[in-house]
Design a protein around this ligand. Sequence first.
Ligand code: HEC
Length: 195
Amino acid sequence: MYRFTAMTGLLFLLNACAGYNPEEDYDLVIPARLNAVQVVDSHYPEEQVERGRYLADLLACGTCHTVGALAGEPDQTRYYGGSDIGIAYTSPFEGNRPGILYPANITSDPETGIGRWTDEEIMRLIRTGVDRHGSHNVSVMPWQGYTQIVDEDAMAIVAFLRSLKPVIHKVPANVLPGQKHSAPFVHFGVYRSKN
Ligand code: HEC
């Protein structure tokens, strides 16, 4: 259901200023709170897992990395199991098809998740954006905001992720700018009128 909030009001205002109404081309959705807890037995100390959960919640990891969360309908049974909704990193309003990244499955499933990653590899990705193959994530994953996380806290986040129920779920392949996409996406952007 469509609700009018301060945020949608602001969007209307911005769109009116820009002379373009994206709602003619796109549906607007309002994200909901994610509050699932699906923890399996873990060999990490409970206190460490709880600290990791607290941090992951603060850093909003699950709001990108959970099916449906980006569109306000998180699938609580696939908590942290990756998103079928992508995030566009180029503007969908420029005429070209946008580049899109799909937040990965970060549960411990070895095939579709990060079960084969070492603790160090996960900690490195969170703090530097560099994945286990040495390539750099584009800025959609907000690792720039996570660079100051101390070892103890980074390890707590890893312990929390490892304590989650492994979800078997392959996210859609990332889409390069100009390519056709088949899964939906959201886009965050700041626009200024050109005249
Ligand atoms: C704004 C959305 C967003 C948030 C918030 C976010 N991520 Fe991500 N993350 C992504 C995207 C998108 C990718 C995939 C990037 C790519 O494919 O290049 C990713 C990739 C990853 C990966 C690599 C997985 C793989 O298989 O390559 C890990 C691990 C990860 N994120 C963990 C986290 C953790 C832990 C947090 C919270 C501290 C977090 N992310 C917060 C969007 C996000």
